[in-house]
Design a protein around this ligand. Structure first.
Ligand SMILES: NC(=O)c1ccc[n+]([C@@H]2O[C@H](COP(=O)([O-])OP(=O)(O)OC[C@H]3O[C@@H](n4cnc5c(N)ncnc54)[C@H](OP(=O)(O)O)[C@@H]3O)[C@@H](O)[C@H]2O)c1
Ligand SMILES: [Zn+2]
Ligand SMILES: [Zn+2]
Length: 344
């Protein structure tokens, strides 16, 4: 085993603490990556809150540099800048994997943290750590020109909204709304705008209106403003709902145009839907999560071409608990990224 250092939770709702961690020795197709920057996803908060005990090391959107490559690795060499997202392996054989949708692998993809390694059965430990060992297929070359700290959130937040935007055909002329202006939401706005869509933010208050405009959005709707919400009825071809908590989908479905889609990517869990909110206008409710390898590579290329990275607040990893507290209070514009160099 190799030893590194990271931030771990030992029980629900306790602060993360700095701790030595073990990584596996490299398999023939593995890379060792020095993790430089790791984004703080709201899923990390959910995971720590629901943590049953044992070692949990969050972090599933990171960038860094290859330090070693196994003997069968051909696509990477030490010194290469790379990015890793929230899945690190899959069966490679099922129809989903064959279609390049490893994120929906029938045998379940190996999650970057809290997953079960397919070979040794160990629990994966995430990117809040100075080193990560990853199968080469699930590392991506980080395009030159993308700031590695700002690019880290593309690997979870970015690809999670990119796949539905692409799958739903968002392009020039499409009318898109993004509900919840946080980590996922602000990247959804940037991507939708760059794809040519007329883009609106739906937020709980008008406080983010200037930011919405700066991100390229054409409008901001305040979700509690009943008059404007009513006015916006049937207006959007696609509504991407990134809200981090359980909520009534009705008001958002009513904004969807005929034959349009509400893609619910934020709250993962049971929801109640009045079918009449779908029936009236033949609307669709969908969801998506993470990204397959081809879509992740395509997203990185698109972001390099359009100069898109996340708006981040970079913190030394020693401030991870402060980042958690502030993210819980919605006090971030729009993604915390941890600088792991303080773990060396
Ligand atoms: N599908 C997937 O694979 C996937 C991947 C990553 C994350 N997620 C999930 O996506 C959600 C968003 O993640 P994130 O990292 O973007 O979180 P985030 O940065 O905290 O942003 C979430 C946004 O939702 C809105 N919001 C939060 N609580 C709300 C409430 N109680 N009612 C209404 N709106 C609320 C806020 O926007 P306003 O201030 O504008 O109202 C907030 O900025 C999380 O639940 C996360 O677990 C899913
Ligand atoms: Zn995430
Ligand atoms: Zn598979």
């Amino acid at each position: 085993m190799r030893t590194t250092v990271g931030w771990r939770a030992d029980a629900p709702a306790t602060p993360l603490r700095r701790s030595p961690l073990e990584r596996r020795d490299l398999r023939p197709d593995d890379l060792a990556v020095r993790v430089d920057y790791c984004g703080v996803c709201h899923s990390d908060l959910h995971a720590v809150a629901a943590h049953p005990g044992g070692t949990l090391v969050p972090g599933h959107e990171f960038t860094g540099v290859v330090t070693e490559a196994g003997p069968e690795v051909t696509g990477f060499a030490p010194g290469d800048p790379v990015a890793v997202g929230n899945i690190v392996d899959s069966c490679g054989e099922c129809p989903m994997c064959r279609a390049g949708q490893e994120n929906y692998c029938h045998a379940f993809p190996t999650l970057t943290y809290g997953g079960t390694d397919r070979h040794d059965g160990s629990t994966t430990l995430g990117g809040y750590s100075r080193e990560y060992v990853v199968r080469d297929r699930f590392a991506y070359h980080l395009p030159a020109g993308l700031d590695p700290a700002g690019a880290a959130p593309l690997l979870c937040a970015g690809v999670t909204v990119w796949e539905p935007l692409r799958a739903l055909g968002v392009g020039p002329g499409a009318r898109v709304a993004v509900a919840g202006l946080g980590g996922l939401g602000h990247l959804a706005v940037k991507l939708a705008v760059a794809l040519g869509a007329e883009t609106t933010v739906i937020s709980r208050s008008a406080g983010k209106a200037d930011d919405a405009r700066r991100l390229g959005a054409h409008d901001l709707l305040v979700s509690t403003d009943a008059a404007r919400m009513a006015e916006a009825r049937d207006r959007f071809d696609v509504v991407v709902d990134t809200i981090a908590a359980d909520h009534d989908l009705g008001p958002y479905l009513r904004l969807v145009a005929m034959d349009g889609t509400l893609s619910q990517v934020g709250h993962l869990g049971p929801v109640t839907v009045r079918t009449t909110d779908l029936l009236i206008g033949r609307k669709r409710l969908g969801s998506a999560g993470s990204g397959g390898r081809p879509a992740t590579a395509a997203l990185l290329a698109f972001c390099a071409e359009h100069g898109i990275t996340a708006d981040i607040e970079l913190l030394p990893s020693g401030q991870v608990n402060e980042a958690f507290d502030r993210l819980r209070r919605n006090d971030v514009r729009y993604r915390f990224v941890l600088d792991l160099s303080d773990l060396s």
